[in-house]
Design a binder for this molecule. Structure first.
Ligand SMILES: [Fe+2]
Ligand SMILES: [Fe+2]
Length: 132
């Protein structure tokens, strides 16, 4: 079922490390969906996802802020929105939503293409131009 387009490395280490990890998380969730093991496996997955969002988003924002990215606020807003949406998924899971893994996978995949492939790539190009 997995037909994710791999990302191409940008040359900015923080971004590349972040995106490799995100890609791994997507593959992990894909496996959970395929194994139909949402209920037992989602809590651990959510823990990993929250850890990822807390740490990597801050790293990205710091390097963009240090280099005076004109899109910093928009980038931060996208990250916050992502964290809020993940929290909503968490709540729905606790409330017993049975299709949560599939819809979370769809959301994370859309973000992979919209944010990681486009928005973050643009940010990496900006940083490379700045000589990072
Ligand atoms: Fe990113
Ligand atoms: Fe980002």
């Amino acid at each position: 079922m997995n037909n994710l387009k791999p990302f191409s490395e940008s040359g900015v280490e923080i971004f590349d490390m972040h995106h490799k990890r995100y890609y791994e998380l997507l593959l992990l969730l894909n496996g959970i969906v395929e194994n139909k093991s949402c209920s037992p496996d989602l809590p651990t997955f959510m823990h990993k996802l929250s850890f990822f969002a807390e740490n990597f988003f801050v790293d990205e924002e710091l390097i963009l802020s240090k280099n005076l990215s004109p899109n910093l606020q928009k980038h931060k807003d996208e990250h916050s929105k992502f964290a809020e949406t993940v929290e909503d998924f968490q709540k729905k899971f606790i409330q017993g939503d049975k299709n949560i893994c599939r819809s979370l996978y769809d959301f994370l995949t859309a973000w992979y293409y919209d944010h990681v492939h486009n928005f973050d790539n643009e940010a990496s190009r900006f940083l490379i131009e700045k000589g990072v």
